[in-house]
Ligand binder design. Structure first.
Ligand SMILES: [Zn+2]
Length: 386
């Protein structure tokens, strides 16, 4: 029995459960369906459909390898026949009622080592389906599970060995300059400079990083989000600089994805940032169908919670570094195209190019370094290890 495996999976369940609203425990839940499916990247998906939002924890058993999903306050239905796709890691799915708790047990053909928290989705009801808890995983960890002597300390070492993957997105580029100051400073140039500095600092700190662009080229928003998906990023950071009709307005602001804007200003900003895609008429890259499906429900509970956690972290380190914050809500939300992915992330407006003093500041190495240091600090505090 692999200690590491159990710890990893236990960690996931502990964290995810805390995201769920307390309300979830009040209503009696019932099982509506069970199925497995194959996902790109050799992933297996287990889907558990329920009448109410599920409250759950995960266990992992070996010999044979079994993934156990404990659904609290849920009644099973032995009449439900699981629908099993071929070529996945799931051999069979069974139910076991233990008092108020329903255990859904997926027997696996191979052992798995972890389920990253961004691979657990709770999708809202949609059309004929109820709530769906979807867990994606791949085979792995055979060497780790073979080692029975593996200790908690060793497991810590192991998880440290995996470098978190961060995708840095410098906004705009090429024919899309973004905001332009009165003096002619272009958003696309400022954010690229900061993005390069951020990459250097993160690389030096042992992260694996990718940039959506490292030169002055145009990319549409889906392509940017797609780069994060393709690289299986743990975190996505989109860097921007703002402009406001009022030349008095200044300060940074931080945004996460939501279907609806948190306020009118956030909506206006999202419209402006999303406008980049209207420049490109042809060659409009689209998400793979499976990602689009997940997004159509747009209730990726874990992803949005993690994004907010990260965004709040950045706000804190910016304020601690003495970087001026734009008046208004500390964290805003809006439907930004570039954040539309299954990767947790945030869009950071570093400051206002329309504010004369702040524009000057944004151009200086000192201030850019300060911004970068604060973002690195926030990333350092962000909990990747789940
Ligand atoms: Zn921008």
């Amino acid at each position: 029995m692999s200690r590491r495996t159990v710890l990893k999976i236990a960690g996931v369940s502990a964290l995810v459960v805390t995201f769920l609203p307390r309300m979830a425990f009040a209503a009696r839940n019932s099982l509506l369906g069970l199925r497995s499916g194959a996902q790109p990247g050799n992933k297996t998906r287990l889907v558990i459909e329920t009448s109410s939002r599920p409250s759950y924890s995960l266990d992992y058993l070996t010999e044979p390898a079994r993934l156990v999903v404990n659904l609290s306050n849920t009644s099973g239905d032995t009449g439900i026949k699981p629908s099993l796709a071929s070529g996945t890691l799931i051999k069979s799915i069974s139910q076991e009622q233990v008092g108020d708790k329903l255990q859904v047990i997926a027997t696996l053909t191979k052992s798995i080592s972890e389920i990253p928290k961004n691979q657990i989705l709770v999708l809202d009801p949609n059309g004929d389906s109820g709530y769906r808890l979807a867990l994606d995983f791949t085979a792995g960890g055979s060497s780790a599970s073979a080692s029975a002597a593996s200790t908690a300390a060793a497991s810590k070492e192991q998880s440290k060995a995996r470098k978190p993957i961060i995708v840095i997105d410098a906004g705009h580029g090429g024919k899309d300059p973004g905001a332009i100051s009165k003096a002619g400073t272009r958003e696309k140039d400022i954010v690229l400079k900061v993005a390069k500095k951020l990459k250097d600092k993160l690389d030096a700190n042992g992260y694996r990083t990718y940039m959506t662009r490292d030169k002055d080229i145009f990319l549409n928003l889906d392509t940017r989000a797609g780069i994060a998906e393709k690289n299986h990023a743990d975190l996505f950071i989109s860097l921007h600089a703002n402009a406001n009709p009022s030349r008095q307005m200044r300060g940074f602001s931080i945004y996460t994805l939501s279907k609806k804007a948190s306020d009118e200003e956030a909506q206006k900003l999202a419209d402006a940032e999303n406008a980049a895609d209207k420049i490109e008429v042809d060659g409009f890259a689209r998400f793979e169908p499976n990602i689009r499906n997940a997004l159509s429900a747009l209730q990726q509970h874990a992803v949005s919670e993690l994004s907010v956690e990260f965004a709040n972290g950045v706000t804190t380190t910016f304020k601690k570094a003495g970087i001026i914050q734009q008046p208004g809500p500390a964290l805003r939300q809006a439907p930004f195209g570039v954040l539309r992915s299954t990767i947790p992330g945030a869009l950071v407006e570093l400051g206002h190019l329309s504010h004369a003093e702040e524009e000057k500041l944004l151009k200086t190495n000192d201030h850019q370094d300060k911004l970068v240091a604060a973002i690195v600090k926030a990333i350092g505090k962000y909990d990747f290890d789940v």
